[in-house]
Design a protein around this ligand. Sequence first.
Ligand SMILES: C[S@@+](CC[C@H](N)C(=O)[O-])C[C@H]1O[C@@H](n2cnc3c(N)ncnc32)[C@H](O)[C@@H]1O
Length: 209
Amino acid sequence: MGVPTDISPVILEQIPPTQDRRFEFAELFGNDNPVELELGIGKGRFLILSAADHPERNWVGVEWASRYYRLVAERAAKRGLLNLRVLRDDAARVVRDNIANESIDALHVYFPDPWPKDRHKKRRLIQAPFAREASRILKPGGLVKLATDHEDYAVQMESVFQADPDFEQTFRAVGDDAPEGVTNWEIKFRREGRVIHKFAFARKPRGSA
Ligand SMILES: C[S@@+](CC[C@H](N)C(=O)[O-])C[C@H]1O[C@@H](n2cnc3c(N)ncnc32)[C@H](O)[C@@H]1O
């Protein structure tokens, strides 16, 4: 066993649901750099590589599973990535309650749980109310980037954002046309030969919808 890593510098403390408060990223990071938010970070490969490659941007990851959250926090702390924070919480709740208007430059959701059974579909993250929240938190021109290997969820993701008047689609690619990403699940799914769907939508300038 190695020496335990102090993960406190990269932890974003939850805001208790009883408190009506939103994160002040400039205060948390000590700078005004753009902020990119990833929901459901898993083992955090995308978040960690992005934070290392782009120290001029701040990176925030939300993850429900304690063991993944802890793993990413340890890896980030070991690498001294002070432009990265992780939060253990429910992604939809954090977005709704804790993220301020127009405070995010890009939103990443890669391979969210597809909840394939009909009776569970209502648990999917990407639904119309989520697109409304994404519209609220993104700066004009900010991108939502989505990926999934699940065809039915791909149709839902694309149609939800196409139907939202605040977004315009900037990217769509399926299968061999989809550029390779770096998340752990994408690597696994590509090895298994699954068809991957990728989309991007830009937040329109306010007042232009
Ligand atoms: C299929 S994995 C994809 C992980 C990562 N994005 C990737 O592509 O490697 C989905 C992740 O979302 C997390 N997750 C599921 N529901 C969540 C929720 N409500 N809030 C935050 N994270 C959640 C899971 O714990 C898991 O790590």
